[in-house]
Design a protein around this ligand. Structure first.
Ligand SMILES: [Zn+2]
Length: 121
C-alpha cells in the first residue's frame, strides 16, 4: 500500500492552536458576564506579590500572541474562584494564569514572551 502525505485524524489529541485562547463567550449574556469579571491589571497586585517581591504590576510583559509589550498594570484581569487570568488588551490573548491552592500559588506565564522589571536606580 502506498503511503501518501498524512492527513490529520479527528482522534489526534494535539493541543489547540494558541488562537483558540482568544475566544470567549459570545453574545450579549456572555459579554455581560465577561465585563462583570474584568478589572485592570492592578487588581492582581496582591496575588502577584505572593510570587514576586517587587510589585510586578509596574513591570512589562510582551504578549506571545501579538508581540505587543504592555505594562502589566494595564492587562485585562479576570479574577474568579478558579484563579486569575490576565489577558492582552490588544489581542485578548492569555498572558498569565495564576491559581492558588491551600499550599501553593501556580503561575503559567507561557503567554508572555518576556517579562521585564525595572530595577531601582
Ligand atoms: Zn497580544
Amino acid at each position: 500500500m502506498k503511503q501518501g502525505p498524512r492527513k490529520s485524524s479527528p482522534q489526534k489529541t494535539k493541543r489547540p492552536p494558541r488562537k483558540s485562547l482568544k475566544s470567549w463567550p459570545q453574545g450579549a449574556a456572555g459579554e455581560r458576564l465577561v465585563d462583570a469579571l474584568r478589572v485592570d491589571g492592578n487588581a492582581a497586585a496582591g496575588i502577584l506579590s505572593e510570587l514576586f517581591v517587587p510589585d510586578l504590576t509596574a513591570g512589562r510583559a510582551k504578549c506571545a500572541s501579538c508581540g505587543v509589550t504592555r505594562t502589566i498594570g494595564v492587562l485585562l484581569v479576570y479574577a474568579h474562584g478558579m484563579g486569575t487570568v490576565m489577558r492582552c488588551p490588544e489581542c485578548n490573548g492569555v498572558i498569565m494564569r495564576i491559581a492558588r491552592t491551600p499550599t501553593h500559588v501556580w503561575l503559567d506565564a507561557t503567554g508572555a514572551d518576556s517579562i521585564v522589571i525595572s530595577l531601582p536606580a
